[in-house]
Design a protein around this ligand. Structure first.
Ligand code: HEC
Length: 233
């Protein structure tokens, strides 16, 4: 009787934990996972949407100098599509041009950083970028904003010179995904994580294959060891 009771308690504790975890899911949580585990891969559809957000919203202030329009082919776009995007940019560009954005913007001394590898430069990566883009709130009581600054819960110190950039329907997605602020933030965060580490998917695939190969190799070694010792005795 007792073990059953114990097991029941264990089970309900687990269930409670599960409910607790899902119940604790924050209302401002990203609409899709942004953490990068050892087996994660780049969600290419999200990264393509994220490029659209960058191009339509962020590029007016931020450059992405490490990227060329040709690199968009690695996101799954055809050369013709990437070429079309380059040709439609202002000023018109080619596949070999860098993603320059509008150029220098002055924000009272604060310079919009180049976004090519920003996801690697900030602790928390894509998740930080998501929290930053969705972190704008009115300044709390007792906080006086410096001129030209906005309050952002994710930004160290709270006061940032970048105005809130995203709002619902800031872009129109070709794949029909509703362009909510959170979706746009998650997509552009995915795109920036990709640009900071474009080989992540390939690297994780190679890693997985290597692990499988070594497991296979251990069995071969174990078999050989058994055979050798059987023959000797
Ligand atoms: C109107 C101009 C403007 C637009 C549009 C804009 N930014 Fe910024 N951004 C800035 C400025 C200025 C800073 C520097 C802020 C500071 O240091 O106080 C900045 C900083 C940042 C940072 C660095 C924050 C940190 O931790 O230091 C990130 C990441 C960022 N922007 C991402 C984006 C993304 C993604 C978009 C598009 C969705 C975007 N920005 C749109 C002006 C802009």
């Amino acid at each position: 009787m007792r073990p059953v009771g114990m097991r029941r308690i264990g089970l309900s504790a687990l269930l409670a934990l599960g409910v607790g975890v899902s119940g604790a899911a924050r209302a401002d949580a990203p609409p899709m996972p942004l953490a990068q585990g050892p087996l994660s891969h780049t969600d290419l559809a999200a990264a393509q949407r994220g490029f659209l957000v960058y191009q339509g919203v962020c590029a007016s202030c931020h450059t992405m100098n490490a990227l060329h329009y040709r690199d968009l082919e690695r996101l799954g776009l055809t050369p013709a599509e990437a070429g079309g995007i380059a040709a439609a940019a202002t000023p018109p560009a080619t596949l070999d041009s860098r993603l320059k954005g509008a150029g220098k913007v002055d924000f009272g001394g604060a310079v919009p950083p180049d976004l090519s590898t920003i996801a690697a430069q900030r602790k928390g990566g894509a998740r930080y970028i998501y929290d930053f883009l969705t972190g704008y709130v009115p300044a709390p009581d007792g906080v006086t904003l410096r001129p030209g600054h906005y309050y952002n819960t994710a930004f160290p110190g709270g006061q940032v010179a970048m105005p809130p950039a995203l709002h619902d329907n800031a872009v129109k997605y070709a794949d029909g995904t509703p362009a909510t602020t959170r979706q746009e933030a998650a997509d552009v965060a995915t795109f920036l994580a990709w640009s900071a580490d474009p080989n992540l998917t390939a690297r994780h695939e190679i890693g997985l294959r290597a692990v499988l190969f070594f497991i296979f190799l251990s069995f071969v070694a174990l078999g050989a060891k058994r055979r050798i010792w059987r023959e000797r005795t």
